[in-house]
Design a protein around this ligand. Structure first.
Ligand SMILES: NC(=O)c1ccc[n+]([C@@H]2O[C@H](COP(=O)([O-])OP(=O)(O)OC[C@H]3O[C@@H](n4cnc5c(N)ncnc54)[C@H](O)[C@@H]3O)[C@@H](O)[C@H]2O)c1
Length: 399
C-alpha cells in the first residue's frame, strides 16, 4: 500500500511521474467514446477480430487500438509494452497505470485481457507472448504494431541502435517551440550520417515487425486470414525535412516495404493481410519529442475543425476499415489514410498562413499552445478534468 497525494514532477518539459486516477479517467473516457460510437450499452459488432495482439499497447495509438478492439468488437486482447512499475514510493509510468485501468474496465465488462511488460524487441518477450497466446487464446487474428522507441537492442547481434531524428543531405532550420523556456526559436538540425540513418531504420523500420510476424507464423499462432497493421505518419510540408524526408521517413518507408513483403511471403500460405495505416498527428510522448512537431500540433487545432484524438482515429480504422473493409480509406499504394482531413489543402494553407507570424509574444494567441500543454499533461494523468489532485491516491497498483 502506498497512499499519497501526487503532485506533478517535471524535468524540463517532461513529466517524470504519473497520476493513477488521472490515467484511469483517461481510459474511462476513451472506452465511453467507443461505446457511444458503437451504440448504446455494450454491443460488440460482429467481426472476425476475436483475438488481438497489440505491440506498444500502453499509450498513444497502441492503447487506443486496444480499447477500440476490446469495446467495439469484444475482442480478447494481449498487450505488450515497456513501462516502469511503481517502486519504493515512486509512481509507475502513465502507460503502467493506463494498463491497470484497462484491465479494471475489461474485467468489469468480462473482456479477456493479458499484458506483458518488457522489451518487445527481445526474443524473450516474443517467446513469452507466444506461450501466452498458445495457452490463453490459441491464435491471433489481428496484430497491431505500434512501437515508438528511441532505441533497440538487436536480439541477435546485441548491438544497441539509437534512433536520430534528423534531416538527410542538408541541414534544416525551422521555427520551433523550446518547450523548457516556452520561447519560439529557430533550430538548425545537422544532417544525419549514413550510420544514423541505418540506426533509425533499425529501430523504427519494419525489421522487428517482421520478426514478430514470422515468429507467430512459425509457431502456428496466426489464424487463417489474419491481418496486421503498423502505423506511420506523413504530415505537412513544414515538417517534411525532419519527418518524411528525414531519418524517420526512411524508417517509415521500410515499414511500408515490410508490409508488402509480409503480404507476399505470408499472404499465399496463411491469407495474411498486412497494412500500414497513416494516422494524423496527435499529442503523444513520442510525437512531442520530434523537433518542430509541438509547434505544428499547437497550430493544427486552430485550423482543423474536427481534430480527432487517437481513439477517434482507431475507431475509424477498426470499425470502418478492418471490420467493414471501406476501400475509400486506401490510397493508391494500399496505405490506410486516416490523415486526409489534416492534409486537406485548406488546412495546410491555414497552417502556412499562421506559421510565419508566430512569435514568443503571441504564442498563446495565435496557436493553441495551452491546449498542447494540457494534452501533454493529460498523457501522464495530470490536469485531467474531474480529478481532485489534493486527495491521496493509491500508487502501488497492479493488474
Ligand atoms: N503521435 C503521432 O502523432 C503519430 C502519428 C502517426 C503515426 N504515429 C505512429 O504510431 C506509432 C505509435 O506512436 P505513439 O505516438 O502512439 O507513441 P507512444 O509513445 O504513445 O507509444 C509507444 C508505445 O511503445 C511502447 N514501447 C516503446 N519501446 C518499447 C519496447 N522496447 N518494448 C515494448 N514496448 C515498447 C510503449 O510502452 C508504448 O506502449 C509509431 O509508429 C508512430 O510513428 C504516431
Amino acid at each position: 500500500m502506498s497512499l499519497q497525494a501526487i503532485t506533478q514532477r517535471k524535468r524540463g518539459f517532461i513529466c517524470v511521474n504519473a497520476h493513477p486516477e488521472g490515467c484511469r479517467r483517461n481510459i474511462e473516457r476513451q472506452v465511453e467514446r467507443i461505446r457511444q460510437a458503437v451504440g448504446a450499452g455494450f454491443k460488440p459488432a460482429p467481426t472476425t477480430m476475436k483475438n488481438v495482439l497489440v505491440i506498444g499497447a500502453s499509450t498513444g495509438y497502441g492503447l487506443a487500438s486496444r480499447i477500440a478492439a476490446a469495446w467495439a468488437f469484444g475482442a480478447k486482447t494481449l498487450g505488450v509494452f515497456f513501462e516502469r512499475a511503481p517502486k519504493g514510493g515512486s509512481t509507475g509510468t502513465a502507460g503502467y497505470y493506463n494498463t491497470v485501468a484497462f484491465h479494471e474496465q475489461a474485467k468489469k465488462d468480462e473482456l479477456f485481457a493479458a499484458s506483458l511488460n518488457g522489451d518487445a524487441f527481445s526474443d524473450e518477450i516474443k517467446r513469452q507472448a507466444a506461450d501466452l497466446i498458445r495457452q490463453s487464446i490459441g491464435s491471433v487474428d489481428l496484430v497491431i504494431y505500434s512501437l515508438a522507441s528511441p532505441r533497440r537492442v538487436h536480439p541477435r547481434t546485441g548491438r544497441t541502435h539509437n534512433a536520430a531524428l534528423k534531416p538527410i543531405g542538408q541541414p534544416f532550420s525551422s521555427k520551433t517551440i523550446d518547450l523548457n523556456t516556452e520561447k519560439v526559436v529557430t533550430i538548425t538540425l545537422e544532417p544525419a550520417s549514413e550510420a544514423e540513418i541505418a540506426d533509425t531504420v533499425a529501430v523504427m523500420g519494419g525489421a522487428d515487425w517482421r520478426m514478430w510476424m514470422e515468429m507467430l507464423a512459425q509457431e502456428n499462432l496466426l489464424a487463417k486470414g489474419a491481418g496486421t497493421v503498423a502505423y506511420s505518419y506523413i504530415g505537412p510540408e513544414v515538417t517534411w525535412p525532419v519527418y518524411r524526408d528525414g531519418t524517420i521517413g526512411q524508417a517509415k518507408l521500410d515499414l511500408e516495404k515490410t508490409a508488402r513483403d509480409l503480404a507476399a511471403t505470408l499472404g499465399p500460405k496463411l491469407g495474411l493481410k498486412a497494412y500500414v495505416s497513416v494516422n494524423k498527428a496527435v499529442v503523444t510522448q513520442a510525437s512531442a519529442a520530434i523537433p518542430v512537431v509541438p509547434l505544428y500540433l499547437s497550430v493544427l487545432p486552430r485550423v482543423l475543425k474536427n481534430n480527432e484524438e487517437p481513439i477517434d482515429q482507431m475507431r475509424r480504422l477498426f470499425c470502418d476499415f478492418l471490420a467493414q473493409g471501406d476501400r475509400n480509406l486506401l490510397d493508391e499504394t494500399w496505405r490506410v489514410r486516416l490523415d486526409s482531413a489534416e492534409l486537406q489543402p485548406e488546412v495546410q494553407a491555414g497552417i502556412a498562413r499562421i506559421w510565419p507570424n508566430v512569435t514568443t509574444e503571441n504564442l498563446y494567441q495565435l496557436t493553441d499552445f495551452a491546449g498542447f500543454k494540457r494534452a501533454f499533461d493529460n498523457l501522464f494523468g495530470f490536469n485531467v478534468e474531474g480529478v481532485d489532485y489534493s486527495r491521496p491516491c493509491e500508487t502501488d497498483l497492479a493488474w
